[in-house]
Ligand binder design. Structure first.
Ligand code: SF4
Length: 324
């Protein structure tokens, strides 16, 4: 049995990342079969419950108020509207429902109370409920947990060394602190990053190193390919190749064998064969629906066709209870 390790070194991870790509896929696929059912892929839905107008300056994000993009600012949705969307997502086969708000951090105000009600409502539908709301205090994390929150997403985005090139309004340490508050509240941790932002391969390895050497591996690691949006500082970044995605996914799978590796943003620019390669390399989750917060994503019908073609089955909710 492959051991779960938290003592990876940068050199070890680099050696895996740089293996001949077919060998890398083979090793990842082998480990994947040891820990997961290779036919099973979890389908998640991500809904933007509060859109745009964000004070942060993440260079990739069309929701930052300072960039001139086509994103229309929308205040926090009503609880019943969100529950209706969650029911729709469940009926279309999603087992995890993630609610995203374009906030720097959670504030203890009426909007947070509303989010708490959303969490309770989505939880009562039997969906794994996840939120991504920015930075959290330990008390806020506990409040979310008490309301039934299953997972919290808070991406590291990139390496510590490259972080300042992408975001200046918060620090890497802020990020890690929130992850630690989430972990302490016994909420399942979802944290990954984006490639194609102008980083070096060493930065990709650095981010994986940080994730794989946390005291516990995140239960979920989303791997995103940048979808450049007009009006953001990264609007002209070239497209990420499928081999870069495959290397990231396969390396994540090998160094964090139990983790759900999520093939996230950027899927809209991949064909079926490219997505199949990512599943072969160890990805076992996708986001469904025609939008990922504000960027395009393949629709439900296309995904259903893909599941049929590749003979994949959707994973059930709460398959592995990671929280007490
Ligand atoms: S990624 Fe999140 S925190 Fe950064 S600008 Fe966008 S909404 Fe704000």
């Amino acid at each position: 049995m492959t051991a779960i390790r938290n003592n990876w070194t940068r050199e070890e991870i680099a050696a895996i990342y740089n293996k001949p790509v077919l060998d890398l896929i083979y090793q990842a696929a082998t480990i994947h079969r040891e820990f997961h059912d290779p036919q099973e892929v979890q389908v998640c839905t991500l809904l933007s419950v509060k859109t745009g107008g964000c004070p942060e300056d993440c260079s990739y994000c069309p929701q930052a108020a300072r960039y001139h993009t086509n994103v229309k600012v929308q205040k926090l949705m009503e609880v019943n509207e969100v529950i209706d969307k969650a029911i729709e997502a469940k009926e279309s086969g999603s087992t995890r429902f993630c609610m995203g708000a374009a906030w720097r951090e959670v504030r203890d105000n009426r909007d947070f109370d509303k989010v708490i009600d959303m969490v309770k409502g989505v939880n009562s539908l039997g969906l794994e409920v996840c939120c991504t709301l920015g930075m959290l205090t330990p008390e806020q994390a506990q409040k979310l947990k008490d309301a039934g929150l299953y997972a919290y997403n808070h991406n590291l985005d990139t390496s510590e060394e490259f972080y300042d090139d992408i975001i200046t309004t918060r620090t890497y340490k802020d990020r890690l602190d929130t992850l630690s508050h989430v972990r302490k509240a016994n909420i399942s941790v979802c944290s990954g990053g984006i490639i194609g932002m102008g980083e070096q391969e060493d930065d990709r390895i650095g981010m994986l190193l940080t994730l794989a050497t946390l005291p516990e591996h995140p239960e979920s690691v989303p791997v995103n390919a940048l979808v450049p949006v007009e009006g953001t500082p990264l609007e002209d970044q070239p497209k990420v190749s499928v081999w870069e995605m495959v290397r990231m996914i396969a390396t994540a799978r090998i160094i964090m064998p139990k983790t759900m590796v999520r093939l996230s943003a950027g899927r809209v620019r991949m064909n079926l064969e490219e997505q199949a390669l990512c599943f072969m390399a160890g990805a076992n989750s996708i986001f469904a629906g025609d939008k990922l917060l504000t960027t395009p994503n393949p629709g439900y019908i296309k995904d259903q066709e893909m599941f049929q073609q590749l003979q994949l089955t959707p994973r059930k909710a709460y398959k592995e209870e990671v929280t007490a």
